[in-house]
Design a protein around this ligand. Structure first.
Ligand code: EPZ
Length: 416
């Protein structure tokens, strides 16, 4: 299962490079099935989620090789259309294969992804949209049997700007007859990266990053080489590590535009932040200032994936902060673990009230999900004494050797 052992008190100082974004790599790996040719992807982090995507691609007949941070996917030999249930259960975002497989082979059998640690994770928007494009989707015995003789371009209005649903529609629309328009689309930077990847193959997509995306169906796609955008959540997590330890850090290979809402909150709690080209520099205050309220919203609002890390910061601020989690139903599981370290937090549904305490004390805590686990590591960096974060596997899904990076920045942290 693995655990992180941290002895708190060291300042996080120094320079680190941010790698490719998990939430961009995953949909782009699914998109490699589209062209039936070679796809060269650069700046791929070493993550367990990437390993699962690799296993899925191999299970349906693609060849996948990896050298350092470059992955080559040859989807020429794609033969199967059934995504292994065990892998879908292990990683719900493998559901992103739905749109890509319908496009490539007109057929896919995939198990219901089910919920995960942070909430029920419904897929109604995915299914309704693909049905509107002409897919026949039968749900039985926990599986989805999907067929599409021909996908047709259509106008789709999303009730919620779902990232996954937007991506599945884009992938299903690439070869569809005619033009597909997605309204109220997700605007995350990872959507823009997916558009750029598909267009580099010869696709015709425009509007990613705005609320309206247009996809014109094409006949064929060609080989492609692509560099994944930097991970804005990993960047935010490293910045928070410096902020919680009164440290100072320089991050390279970042896109400042993608970090705006995170940088704004870090400045609000007293950090001095300077961006220059693809670098950001943060100097933490001696005492963090309480941020009145942090409300998670779809991009460009404050990202839900940074909520738990900011909560860790606020546990030792000089006042009271109110967190409102509007994206997921159950994303405060880290609160009870932080309370074991002496934090003062009251959770009521989607609202959490954090009253800053003088100091956290090290304890044995449990990572319940990816970002909650990262938050517990941040808290351990600042706490008095030793903190043991169990269930490290959650953290390995989204952070590439986090302990090595933090050690290089001065942390006293071991992975056991
Ligand atoms: C993506 O998940 C990210 N994952 C999540 O990152 C991220 O938190 C989330 O977007 C929001 O930004 C990947 O990109 C792999 P959604 P996704 O569809 O696509 C509701 C991390 O820590 N919804 O935008 O699953 C849903 O219940 C992970 O890196 C429906 O109701 O997110 C949720 O409340 C966690 N019906 C909200 O939308 C649907 O059909 C956001 O979901 C689909 C979604």
């Amino acid at each position: 299962m693995g655990k992180f052992v941290i002895v708190g008190g060291n300042r996080i100082t120094g320079e680190a490079r941010v790698g490719g974004a998990k939430n961009s790599v995953l949909p782009i790996m699914a998109a490699t099935v589209l062209n039936g040719k070679i796809n060269v992807l650069h700046d791929i982090p070493h993550l367990s989620d990437v390993e699962i995507m690799t296993k899925i691609l191999k299970s349906i007949g693609c060849e996948v090789t990896r050298e350092g941070t470059t992955i080559v996917v040859d989807s020429t030999g794609l033969s199967g259309c059934e995504i292994p249930e065990s892998l879908v259960r292990e990683m719900r975002s493998s559901f992103i294969f739905l749109g890509a497989m319908l496009s490539r082979c007109g057929k896919v059998v995939i198990s219901y992804p089910g919920g995960c640690e942070i909430g029920p994770r419904p897929i109604d928007l995915h299914l309704r949209s693909l049905r509107e494009m002409g897919a026949i989707i039968e749900e039985k015995h926990g599986f989805l049997y999907c067929e599409a003789k021909e996908l047709k371009g259509t106008e789709i209005q999303l009730d919620f700007p779902s990232v996954g649903a937007t991506e599945n529609i884009m992938l299903a629309a690439v070869f569809a007859k005619g033009t597909t328009v997605i309204r109220n689309a997700a605007r995350e930077p990872e959507i823009i990266d997916l558009e750029n990847f598909i267009n580099a193959m010869g696709g015709k997509i425009s509007g990613a990053g705005s609320a309206t995306i247009c996809i014109e169906g094409v006949e064929t796609l060609n080989e492609v080489e692509h560099k994944i955008i930097p991970d804005r959540i990993v960047a935010g997590t490293f910045l928070a590590a410096a902020a919680i330890t009164k440290g100072n850090i320089i991050l390279t290979n970042i896109i400042p535009e993608h970090l705006q809402s995170i940088l704004y909150k870090l400045k609000e709690c007293g950090c001095h932040v300077v961006c220059k080209n693809n670098t950001v520099k943060l100097q933490a205050p001696e005492k963090l200032v309480a941020i009145d309220s942090i409300k998670t919203l779809p991009y460009p609002g404050f990202p839900t994936d940074m909520q738990s890390q900011m909560m860790a910061l606020m546990t030792i601020s000089d006042g009271i902060s109110v967190f409102i989690e509007t994206i997921f139903e159950n994303r405060f599981k880290h609160a009870e673990e932080l309370m074991r370290m002496g934090a003062n937090i009251k959770v009521d549904g989607r609202v959490a009230i954090v009253k800053g305490v003088k100091k956290l004390s090290g304890a044995m805590v449990n990572a319940k999900d990816l970002r909650g686990g990262a938050a517990l590591i941040l808290a351990g960096l600042a706490a008095e004494g030793k903190t043991i974060v169990e269930n490290a596997k959650h953290v390995e899904r989204g952070y590439d050797h986090l302990e090595e990076v933090l050690k290089s920045l001065g942390a006293n942290i071991q992975y056991l």
